[in-house]
Design a binder for this molecule. Structure first.
Ligand code: 5RP
Length: 237
């Protein structure tokens, strides 16, 4: 790797860490919180673990959005709970793959979109954490939209997605189909001109039988913290 590339990666990691730590500072005693998934969310989870250990902060519990997040949270001593005990959460903090000026998101790069969306929708406050490279004027130009799909319905769902103008690729890991924590498959949908009307697309996608969830998070974000060269910017809906 070239020196300049390595410096860019380091800078990006520093932004992720800074925004993760800033988000962990929002957590107050007694809260029930949602723990997002991905590398940015993991910085927040580690910072929360640190606050529990060092400051003696006590929270009521945290609901993880993936098995990976659950393992990281356990390792740093965060008390875990679930939506049966707490169907409504005070605060959910999660990363994103893209965020547009309306604070609409594409999520699911790590394959955790279904649980992430359930937890975000169960939360009174949904704070998205990202670095400036995730900010886009139009969703879907640079990353595909993940669609979680029941394995039984894979081929008909794929055909319907293609009829909507997407190139739908089955997500693979190590040369094998990637299965989500819920036992489903992911079709990554590439839209060559981006997603001009995310609301209309979401409506159409939700009508396809066999689609479990989409990676479009619309009208859900209450706030976003964006880290970049000038520090952290706070955006609110
Ligand atoms: C996982 C997600 C992640 O939040 C998203 O992929 C961002 O990850 P990272 O912080 O590693 O860039 O949606 O399903």
């Amino acid at each position: 790797m070239k020196e300049s590339e390595s410096a860019q990666l380091q800078e990006k990691e520093a932004w992720k860490r800074a925004v993760g730590e800033a988000a962990a500072a929002l957590i107050e005693p007694g809260m029930v919180i949602g723990l997002g998934s991905g590398s940015t969310a993991e910085w927040m989870i580690r910072a929360l673990g640190h606050r529990l250990q060092q400051e003696g902060l006590r929270i009521a519990g945290a609901v993880p959005t993936s098995e990976r997040t659950e393992a990281v949270a356990r390792a740093v001593g965060i008390p875990l709970t679930d939506l049966d005990h707490y169907p409504e959460l005070d605060l959910d903090i999660d990363g994103t793959d893209e965020i547009d000026p309306h604070l609409h998101l594409i999520k699911g790069g790590g394959g955790a979109l279904l649980r992430e969306k359930v937890v975000a929708s169960a939360s009174r406050r949904f704070v998205v954490i990202a670095d400036v490279t995730k900010q886009v004027p139009l969703l879907g130009l640079h990353v595909p939209l993940p669609i979680e799909t029941v394995p039984f319905a894979l081929t008909p769902v794929r055909r319907r997605l293609e009829a909507l103008g997407a190139e739908a690729r089955l997500r693979q890991r190590d040369g094998q189909p990637f299965y989500t924590d819920n036992g489903n498959l992911i079709l990554d949908c590439y839209f060559p001109d981006g997603i001009a009307d995310p609301g209309e697309l979401e409506n159409r996608l939700r009508r396809i039988v066999g689609v479990v969830e989409t990676g479009l998070f619309l009208h859900m974000t209450t706030e976003a913290l964006i880290a970049g060269p000038g520090g952290i910017t706070h955006l609110a809906r």
